[in-house]
Design a protein around this ligand. Structure first.
Ligand SMILES: C[S@@+](CC[C@H](N)C(=O)[O-])C[C@H]1O[C@@H](n2cnc3c(N)ncnc32)[C@H](O)[C@@H]1O
Length: 215
């Protein structure tokens, strides 16, 4: 881990502006994989396994999957290892996208901001995975609605959110409003490990997985 990305900076990220986040993830990208691995981060593999257990069973390996906030591509690699053949990644960190491209895990990598309308068609994807990204989304509901829009009926959207941001970001109510509009049904995991080896986050902060089945 570099001095630039120490624990105090990590804890301040959730309140950063778009410009600050892009700069942070561009500069962190070369050591990101080693840093989060050293803290025991397994959210990408967990999200991929959850998607595999549902979407892969019903639609098969040709299903098109979106990795929303793909970063350096760990989730794409996990999705490919799970059996999905066509994964598309989107992120606003150019340097992270370049590293994701080196994995040869993605059919396409798109530079884009999840807080804006997504450059994808209605019902384009059989599944959406978003690992470790909702930390940075100040208003999750419009993003959730976009992820649901681009997912076909019967498809699944899975995203993680930190336990300390669950209530402040109004996560459950945001999902509930999407459910109430008849767009999806949702279930939430119990809190799971997030960064178990991190000196600050290890025991204090866990992660909840939301699984939404699109109608
Ligand atoms: C903790 S990293 C997770 C990366 C990857 N999903 C993983 O689990 O390794 C958060 C990622 O979200 C991206 N991100 C955050 N806010 C975003 C936004 N509004 N639009 C696009 N990407 C965003 C960052 O650039 C970064 O790559």
């Amino acid at each position: 881990m570099t001095d630039q990305h120490d624990s105090s900076e990590l804890s301040a990220q959730f309140a950063a502006s778009t410009e600050e986040l892009v700069a942070l993830y561009d500069s962190w990208s070369p050591s990101y994989d080693d840093d989060v691995s050293s803290w025991g981060y397994e959210v990408p593999e967990t999200v991929a396994a959850m998607l595999g257990a549902t979407v892969l069973q019903t639609t098969g390996p040709s299903a098109e999957i979106l990795d929303a906030g793909c970063g350096t591509g760990r989730t794409g690699a996990a999705l490919r290892a799970t059996g999905f053949a066509t994964v598309i990644g989107i992120d606003f960190s150019t340097d992270s996208l370049a590293l994701a491209g080196h994995r040869n895990a993605y059919a396409a990598l798109v530079h884009g901001d999840l807080n804006k309308p997504l450059p994808f068609d209605d019902d384009q994807f059989a599944g959406v995975a978003s690992a470790g990204v909702f930390t940075y989304l100040q208003e999750p509901e419009p993003v959730i609605r976009e992820l649901v829009r681009v997912t076909q009926p019967g498809g699944v959207v899975i995203f993680s959110q930190r336990t300390d941001l669950w209530d402040p970001r109004d996560t459950e109510a945001s999902v509930g409003r999407v459910e109430a509009d008849g767009l999806a049904s949702a279930e939430f995991s119990d809190p799971q490990p997030y960064l178990p080896g991190h000196p600050e986050y290890g025991k204090a902060i866990k992660v909840i997985y939301t699984r939404m089945q699109v109608r």
